[in-house]
Design a protein around this ligand. Structure first.
Ligand SMILES: *Cc1c(COP(=O)(O)O)cnc(C)c1O
Length: 341
């Protein structure tokens, strides 16, 4: 198959229209069979539930070309089940998990010409999402929904080399106790926009959110989970009901234990202990892991020994191992790679 004429290694992270997207509608209590379409426009009523009361959830995943030239996605079953959890929390009908995976496969296959070649560092980002589509003015769940999947090629995350991040402890909260922090919903992002714009204006790359109840425990950033490494080489990630369960983070914890023989622990992490860690990283689909060099808590600096120029050694090993699995250079655990073609 002929690839599109795109300068893969200079792509950023932005929307590029690709040829096909998948659409399925929910009406009269059931999903239709869905189809691929070239039409990139969504037409909904001015009073659609999503526009009035933000009834929408999404997923984010990637398709890669492996070393031996296959197109794969990474653990799409976990995205399917997470989207089902998100939908249930917002009183939306679940798009069946098997059908979610099939829709992703169909959409990537139809846009195979946009899957960047192996070695370019670029990937095809996949965005499944659904929203309430019929008019809703009295507050209640919509009766009709649309599920869609589109794709967009995105460039290498660490273009121009790895730059450890400087993050600040935020005075804004991301998620209420017993709220919606654990689901992937646009509403969590809408309320984080002010905090991130403000952080950028003050010269920080990201916000570290603490638990809203006590402001003593580390939660996550706006769109990535934390991983820490202790001075004696143990991998630690915060545990909380209001953190979004990152698939990258869960995979890295497995890799730490099963591939690297490290101890790996999910537990409550008090902000007071952060100064004692040797390494810190942010994990999510976009970057796999971005190293954090510095955390600023109201003028007080925590500088990790890994510094501002490189990833810490354990972070680097975790990164190399997981990307090795994703790109087919290392053997993947059973079921982690879904081969598309
Ligand atoms: C999507 C997301 C992540 C990262 O999850 P992955 O499955 O690893 O991509 C982390 N935090 C939040 C708030 C997210 O929305």
């Amino acid at each position: 198959m002929e690839k599109k004429n795109i300068d893969w290694s200079n792509l950023g992270f932005g929307y590029v229209k690709t040829d096909y997207r998948f659409v399925s509608d929910f009406k009269d209590g059931k999903w239709d069979e869905g189809k691929l379409t070239e039409d990139d426009k969504v037409v909904i009523n001015e009073c659609a539930g999503v526009l009035q009361y933000a009834q929408t959830v999404f997923e984010g995943m990637k398709a890669y070309t492996t070393q031996d030239g296959r197109i794969v996605t990474f653990r799409p079953d976990l995205n399917a089940s997470r989207m089902a959890d998100s939908a249930r929390r917002l009183e939306m009908p679940v798009f069946p998990e098997e059908r979610f995976i099939d829709a992703v496969v169909q959409t990537v296959k139809a846009n195979a010409a946009y899957v960047p070649p192996y070695g370019s560092g670029a990937t095809l980002y996949i965005r499944p999402y659904m929203f309430g589509s019929n008019p809703v003015i009295g507050v209640k769940p919509a009766d009709e929904y649309q599920f869609r999947v589109f794709t967009t090629p995105v460039g290498p995350y660490f273009k121009g080399g790895v730059k450890p991040l400087t993050i600040r402890v935020s005075d804004f909260d991301r998620a209420a106790p017993h709220g919606t922090g654990h689901i992937k919903a646009g509403l969590n992002y809408a309320m984080s926009l002010h905090a991130i714009v403000d952080a950028h204006n003050q010269g920080f790359d990201e916000n570290m959110y603490l638990d809203a109840g006590t402001r003593t425990k580390v939660e996550e950033t706006g769109g990535a989970n934390f991983l820490f490494v202790t001075k004696d080489g143990k991998v630690v990630t915060p545990k909380s009901d209001s953190i979004l369960p990152s698939i990258t983070r869960r995979s890295l914890m497995y890799v730490a234990k099963e591939y690297l023989g490290l101890e790996a622990e999910e537990r409550e992490v008090y902000f007071d202990e952060v100064k004692d860690f040797a390494e810190c990283g942010l994990c999510g689909t976009a970057a796999v892991i971005s190293p954090v060099g510095k955390i600023i808590d109201h003028g007080k600096e925590i500088c990790f020994p890994s510094g501002m120029n490189t990833m810490g050694p354990v972070t680097q090993k975790l990164y190399d191992t997981l990307t090795g699995i994703q790109m087919g250079r290392l053997e993947a655990p059973e079921g982690w790679l879904k081969i598309i073609e």
